[in-house]
Design a protein around this ligand. Structure first.
Ligand SMILES: [Zn+2]
Ligand SMILES: [Zn+2]
Length: 340
């Protein structure tokens, strides 16, 4: 089978690899769509495991199951989580699924014609797609699940005022989710095209990130924000975030600066104002179920975020588009043409 192997952002190679044969408890799926995630291009995060086949936002079809797999059969359309929590360890029992102590198997990457799904993921990480859900919609399940978790941890709810900093793919999904909840949404970014898309997605206060963001927010919102969600790793945005969060509010780090970058928290000021600072990484099983439900029911529409669809051979081009970020929002790789 053909695979697209990532060595670094400037070196992505189309290679030939043996098509795996599933063992008794494994299965083989054929990949029809795989979204390029903002985290795929973060070299400090990915290089320690390179060279590797990336791609964890997939839409696929089961083509072969091992002899003891009973839950799925050839022809099932599925999403598979990149890794699954055990649900039993102390971290899982306390809701911290992303840091489960027993995560062993990872789903091999989706920039490949086929993926061999390991036993743990057949058991706990594979979700059948609702009939009407497209493979493209399936590629949004994982990113939306991460967004759902971050907003859940942040306690983001109806009628709150939310500031979303950074309007790439994840920022825009945050806008759409906050909109679905009935929040008032302000956004910042430096790219006018992304800001326009944020407005279309439900943001009512649009701020160029190079402006005096706290002043603009106050002028248009009449107050600071109940929640600030950082969807950019820019240090300048963090400083703005501290000044934009209201008393009793929360700052959620959905994206973080690179390792070694120091962030100073005005903790003394936050202490008397009851301001919380949170991080959110990855998602849990309930978030995936919610994401499938929201995408399947149409309460979150994502088609307007897809800017590029490319064959496997053009994965390198896809990465360039995401790295550049000027003209792309969501880039989807199609390792196999869809049978109609
Ligand atoms: Zn992702
Ligand atoms: Zn666990």
């Amino acid at each position: 089978m053909k695979v697209s192997r990532w060595y670094n952002n400037a070196d992505i190679r189309l290679e030939e690899a043996p098509t795996p044969i599933p063992g008794p408890k494994e299965m083989l799926v054929k990949v029809f769509a795989c979204g390029i995630c903002g985290s795929d291009i973060v070299e400090w995060y990915r290089l320690p495991r390179a060279p590797l086949i990336q791609g964890h936002e997939i839409g696929a079809m089961v083509v072969e199951t091992g002899s003891s797999v009973k839950k799925f059969k050839a022809g099932d359309r599925v999403f598979i989580a990149p890794k699954v929590a055990c649900l039993e360890c102390e971290y899982c029992r306390n809701g911290h699924h992303p840091v489960c102590s027993n995560i062993k198997d990872r789903l091999p990457g989706g920039y490949a014609e086929f993926i061999l799904v390991p036993e743990a993921l057949v058991e706990k990480g594979t979700y059948r797609l609702p009939d009407k859900m497209t493979y493209e919609q399936s590629t949004f399940i994982e990113p939306l699940a991460c967004v759902i978790r971050a907003q859940r941890l942040g306690g983001i709810a109806r009628n709150q005022s939310v500031l979303i900093m950074g309007c790439g793919m994840s920022g825009l999904l945050h806008v759409k989710l906050a909109r679905a909840k009935g929040c008032t949404i302000a956004v910042t970014d430096v790219n006018p095209r992304r800001l326009a898309l944020a407005k279309k997605s439900g943001a009512s206060i649009i701020i160029d990130a190079t402006e005096a963001v706290p002043d603009r927010l106050y002028a248009e919102n009449g107050r600071k924000a109940d929640a600030v969600i950082l969807c950019t790793s820019a240090l300048s945005a963090i400083d703005q975030a501290w000044k934009c969060v209201d008393k009793g509010g929360v700052v959620v780090f959905f994206a973080v600066p690179a390792p070694g970058k120091q962030v100073t928290i005005p903790i003394n000021d936050f202490w008397t104002k009851e301001i919380r600072v949170l991080t959110s990484y990855y998602c849990g099983p309930d978030d995936i179920t919610s994401a499938i439900e929201m995408l399947g029911s149409g309460s979150i529409i994502i088609e307007d975020l897809i800017t590029h669809r490319l064959p496997l051979e053009e994965t390198a081009k896809g990465f360039k588009l995401v790295l550049d970020g000027q003209d792309s929002i969501k880039v989807i790789i199609n390792p196999n043409p869809e049978e109609k």
